[in-house]
Design a protein around this ligand. Structure first.
Ligand SMILES: *Cc1c(COP(=O)(O)O)cnc(C)c1O
Length: 391
């Protein structure tokens, strides 16, 4: 167990009480908390519909399926992300087309998207990497001009805004994730948000075994076995989110502004203390108040390579400080290389950045003393590298 973990969910008595209340109610799935949680997240994203699902990955899968994306279709996306944002393209048999990123924001470079469009392109799947919302308006414009569907994988961006517009409102559809390291958590969980009534209905049905939308008042339908529970109008899945998860989500959403503020405070502490370090590049944000901080990732300058970076991460961990290499490039993951024949150098900016990134501990309750310890330990590791370089 790290003395300072990489990440930690922010759970208060309100969350614990909310979960206990569900258990006492005996209504553990498909109930009033699901509807309420959906409303809260949809409202925050400026959307008409929210569809709670069992994970962000499940939500992305449903969205791809509901949009009718399939074999022969190309989907333009980023190589610098968590793997789920590309895997969902493979789930439906479509082809991911990775385009290189902007070295400052670390999101897809809009110019590279334009260049990658072919007549097989069906959609653009954009990610607000590390919570940075840069280029979302430009990407939305490109999608519109070329009549492509924009899917927003906003799993890292809850509560952020870009030029006044909330994260989750840019695409035809957006997907949030609530794994314990995200801004808010439901343990496991996710949420699809959209204004498209048909898409919403399809996703609702598919998350619930392809049933038609069910009345949620009264008993859980499965327990009363009425309401057409055993009629399935399409191929579906069990991607439901339990009432326990939804209750946790509601309690977290009620505290969202407080949570985002706490994360901003921690990010600012790091920025203050690391600002003048020659060896590091700090996260660049156009407008800091628009950023929803997901993680705090620093980048080593180009005197450092992957060997040095990994040694620094190992050094931090030896001192019981959580650290990680967010993100290795998706196109260079073993099964992507095997399947699509990607070679090193294919996407030079993403590859160069991803070899030099270090995620530092980042969670709401991180205090100044802890940040000082992390910063001090990191400085020792960097000094060690400088000595090794000279030797
Ligand atoms: C977290 C995340 C997801 C979804 O993750 P789940 O663990 O399935 O909830 C998808 N895409 C990105 C970019 C993520 O960071």
């Amino acid at each position: 167990m790290n003395v300072i973990p990489l990440s930690m969910p922010d759970i208060t008595d309100a969350e614990i009480q909310a979960v206990v209340d569900v258990l006492r109610s005996r209504r553990l799935s498909i109930g009033p908390r699901q509807a309420r949680f959906e409303e809260m997240v949809a409202e925050r994203a400026g959307r008409r519909h929210g569809i709670a699902v069992s994970s962000g990955t499940a939500g992305l899968h449903l969205v791809m399926q509901a949009l009718g994306i399939g074999p022969g279709d190309e989907v333009i996306t980023t190589p610098f992300s968590f793997i789920a944002s590309a895997n969902c393209i493979l789930y439906v048999g479509a082809t991911p087309v990775f385009v290189d990123i902007d070295p400052r924001s670390l999101n897809m470079d809009p110019a590279n998207i334009e260049a990658a469009i072919t007549e097989r392109t069906k959609a653009i799947l954009a990610v607000e990497v590390f919570g940075n919302t840069a280029h979302m308006d430009a990407i939305a414009k490109i999608a519109q001009a070329h009549e492509l569907v924009l899917i927003e994988d906003c799993c890292e961006g809850l509560g952020g805004r870009h030029r006044g517009r909330p994260v989750g409102s840019f695409g035809r559809v957006g997907v949030f994730g609530f794994y314990p390291n995200k801004q808010i958590t439901t343990g496991e969980g996710g949420m699809i948000v959209t204004d498209d009534d048909h898409l919403a209905a399809a996703c609702r049905s598919m998350r619930n075994q392809g049933r038609t939308d069910l009345e949620i008042r009264g008993d859980t339908p499965a327990l009363s076995t009425g309401h057409g529970w055993l009629e399935h109008v399409r191929l579906g899945y069990n991607y439901r989110l339990s009432e326990i998860g939804c209750a946790l989500g509601i309690a977290q959403m009620e505290r969202l502004d407080e949570i985002l503020e706490a994360r901003r405070r921690v990010a600012n502490l790091y920025i203050q203390k690391l600002m003048d370090w020659q060896d590091l590049m700090l996260p660049t944000v156009e407008s800091p108040t628009d950023m929803s901080w997901f993680v705090f990732v620093v980048r080593l300058n180009d005197l450092y390579g992957p060997v040095e970076r990994d040694r620094i991460i190992a050094g931090l961990r030896r001192h019981d400080i959580g650290s990680a290499n967010y993100f290795p490039c998706i196109h260079l993951q073993p099964f992507y290389r095997e399947r699509f024949g990607y070679e090193r150098g294919a996407l030079p900016v993403a590859e160069s950045v991803s070899q030099r990134c270090i995620a530092l501990p980042f969670f709401n309750s991180l205090d100044e003393t802890q940040v000082e310890l992390i910063v001090h330990t990191l400085s020792v590791m960097l000094q060690r590298e400088q000595l090794m370089r000279k030797a």
